[in-house]
Design a protein around this ligand. Structure first.
Ligand SMILES: Nc1nc2c(ncn2[C@@H]2O[C@H](COP(=O)(O)OP(=O)(O)O)[C@@H](O)[C@H]2O)c(=O)[nH]1
Ligand SMILES: [Mg+2]
Length: 252
């Protein structure tokens, strides 16, 4: 049992999760998480949505805010990284009967009102894993360096996986639970590319959905300076490709 699961079980005794579980990893987002939770849909296409916030350390009172909004909460004792927090969320979803998992950020950059569009290709059996795209939709941020990074990393990940994706670093996603049961996830922080490469290597159907990428509601990125972010992200892509390379198709 992974770190944090016991905390979840004792914090939410007898919790029943809906068929759709929205997992939000949150690190020091007390000022932003309330508005995200307010915008969460109660159900999608007749399926109940349970929102699960994984609080990744921090003493800013996020868990009280989550509780007061009626969402479920799991708390990691210290900051472990977004990858660790999401893996805990996936594990909770897997063990408690979820059929679909949605992930989104805690800082207001993704709009929960777009979750139905994100899930639609999965519910209509056209895809197993849908990734939101600010490039097919709209990017309301202005950081040119980040925007170039989004393009560059999409290019690289597409080359390695023979996909045709436009926004591989977007954390707003929907997946069938079977995909999460199947993939190999090890990255503790920069996990977006790992999930795509691992899912593509196992033959799951990937698709995209145009969405709007909003500026952070408040505060600054937790992921570090752009150059550092880029270098770490590149390392994750390289490592995951090396690990999965035998399973990836030769060409599309
Ligand atoms: N659990 C966890 N979440 C994190 C961590 N760093 C960032 N996040 C969350 O991941 C999401 C995206 O992080 P952010 O700092 O906004 O990265 P950016 O949008 O790529 O600049 C937000 O919801 C953060 O709260 C971390 O160390 N642990
Ligand atoms: Mg952000």
């Amino acid at each position: 049992m992974s770190l944090g699961y016991k905390d979840f079980a004792s914090r939410n005794p007898g919790a029943r999760l809906g068929p759709v579980v929205a997992v939000i990893a949150s690190y020091m987002e007390a000022d932003n998480i309330g508005a995200v939770l307010d915008a969460m849909p109660a159900s999608v296409a007749g399926l109940d949505v349970t929102t699960l916030v994984v609080v990744d350390g921090g003493e800013d009172g996020t868990e009280q805010i989550v509780g007061s909004h009626g969402a479920l909460c799991a708390v990691l004792p210290v900051n472990m990284g977004q990858g660790v927090a999401l893996r805990l969320g996936y594990q909770i979803a897997l063990r408690n009967g979820a059929r679909y998992v949605v992930t989104l950020d805690a800082d207001g950059q993704n709009d929960p009102r777009e979750i139905p569009q994100l899930l639609d290709p999965i519910l209509s059996d056209k895809a197993d894993f849908v990734i939101a795209s600010r490039r097919l939709g709209r990017d309301e941020t202005t950081d040119r360096f980040r925007q170039a990074g989004v393009r560059l990393f999409s290019l690289v990940v597409n080359r390695l996986t023979h996909q045709n994706l436009t926004d591989t670093s977007n954390g707003f996603r929907a997946l069938r639970i079977e995909v999460l049961a199947d993939v190999n996830l090890e990255q503790d922080q920069y996990q977006t590319a790992e999930l795509i490469i691992s899912a593509a290597a196992r033959g799951w159907r990937l698709a995209e959905c145009p969405t709007v990428w909003h500026p952070r509601a408040s505060g600054t990125s937790k992921k570090g300076h752009n150059l550092l972010f880029g270098a770490r992200y590149a390392m994750v892509v390289a490592r995951t490709w090396w690990r999965e390379r035998r399973a990836l198709p030769e060409r599309a």
